[in-house]
Design a protein around this ligand. Structure first.
Ligand code: HEC
Ligand code: HEC
Ligand code: HEC
Ligand code: HEC
Ligand code: HEC
Length: 222
């Protein structure tokens, strides 16, 4: 029987299979890479808001506590956005004519709430709860970055599953004293611990943090 394929064709076939596998590999790599870029996670992007509210100004310069505006962060899964009334406590007295604050005055007069654009937004299939993190000594700063220095809000972390798990596997590297949850490294009245390793261990047992359950799928997907 005559030979249909030359020995060279055999080599070509092997080479193209190897090449195909390589291409698929590169393709998967690119998809995984793109999935973790800030284009997809929207990390560090500023979003337009009805009013250019500055945390740096209100927190660092005026010294207002997070809980004054995010009132439910200690008791509920949702931190909450301030009602217009909260802004008007001050802005009926200061900056009453500023054009920048016109949407706030309009909202106050009409009774329609301001529509803040969500900066952090997990997919619906992920369960998250602020109150448990606050109770167990996880600082706002650990998940939201230097909020006290943000002239405009951005998402500081990826909020991807691997990021949650980094802490859920080793909470001792991150937990702080409950009294420091609302503080930031750059504030003069807060000194991050020199010995996180030993403090962390102590707090994990003191706050009864249950490490085994923290990596169960059903903790975050219920
Ligand atoms: C005077 C009121 C006020 C205070 C005080 C305040 N915030 Fe806010 N915060 C807002 C408003 C209004 C928004 C929505 C506009 C924006 O995203 O900038 C917001 C948004 C946020 C967001 C983003 C929410 C989202 O859309 O995902 C985070 C995170 C946040 N604040 C954390 C903090 C922390 C931490 C503190 C304390 C250090 C704090 N805030 C203090 C009013 C306040
Ligand atoms: C405890 C008082 C207080 C509260 C509550 C408050 N502000 Fe202010 N805000 C101020 C003061 C004081 C200034 C600065 C005025 C100045 O620079 O002379 C200011 C300035 C501003 C400015 C000007 C831009 C800048 O420099 O930050 C905006 C916009 C603003 N506030 C929006 C808001 C909104 C929206 C809320 C409600 C979520 C709010 N403020 C709540 C006191 C307050
Ligand atoms: C363990 C990480 C973590 C900590 C600690 C944390 N946050 Fe958040 N925060 C998130 C995530 C994740 C979201 C988005 C939640 C969603 O989309 O359901 C969020 C959303 C928010 C929002 C938008 C409204 C909401 O509840 O969805 C505000 C405001 C906020 N956080 C403020 C705070 C403040 C103030 C603190 C400190 C007391 C704090 N956060 C601590 C992870 C954290
Ligand atoms: C910096 C540390 C840290 C980060 C980041 C973090 N967590 Fe947590 N989380 C904790 C700690 C500590 C607890 C408390 C565990 C306990 O009480 O045993 C907790 C508890 C939880 C619980 C409550 C479990 C229960 O029993 O109700 C959920 C849900 C949760 N985390 C979801 C998330 C999600 C989703 C993310 C990412 C978006 C996240 N966490 C990021 C530290 C963290
Ligand atoms: C600490 C919280 C947490 C735990 C525990 C967790 N996940 Fe997730 N998971 C998340 C978050 C947050 C996202 C959303 C990521 C995003 O938006 O990119 C996610 C997304 C996913 C997705 C969607 C695909 C993706 O990567 O975006 C799948 C599938 C998934 N998780 C499966 C699991 C399985 C299986 C387990 C158990 C082995 C698990 N998760 C445990 C937080 C968690």
């Amino acid at each position: 029987m005559p030979q249909i394929f030359s020995p060279a064709a055999n080599t070509w076939l092997k080479a193209s299979i190897a090449g195909g596998v390589l291409l698929i590999g590169i393709g998967i790599g690119i998809v995984l890479y793109l999935g973790s870029t800030s284009y997809v996670t929207r990390q560090e992007q500023i979003r337009p808001q009805p009013v250019p509210f500055s945390h740096r100004h209100h927190v660092n310069q005026l010294g207002i506590d997070c809980r004054y505006c995010h009132t439910s962060v200690e008791e509920s899964n949702f931190a909450g956005f301030p009602a217009t009334k909260t802004c008007m406590t001050c802005h009926s007295q200061v900056w009453t004519q500023a054009p920048m604050l016109e949407p706030v005055r309009q909202s106050w007069q009409s009774g329609n709430s301001l529509e803040w654009v969500r900066v952090h937004d997990l997919p619906d299939f992920v369960y998250f709860d602020h109150s448990i993190h606050v109770k167990k000594g996880v600082g706002c700063e650990s998940c939201h970055g230097p909020v006290n220095e943000m002239a405009l809000m951005w998402q500081d972390k990826s909020l991807q599953m691997m990021w949650c798990l980094e802490c859920h596997r080793q909470p001792e590297q991150f937990v702080r004293d409950r009294a420091d949850v609302f503080k930031f490294a750059s504030q003069p009245d807060y000194h991050p611990p020199q010995d996180q390793a030993s403090l962390g261990k102590q707090l994990v047992s003191g706050y009864k943090i249950n490490k085994t359950q923290l990596t169960d799928c059903s903790t975050c997907h219920r």
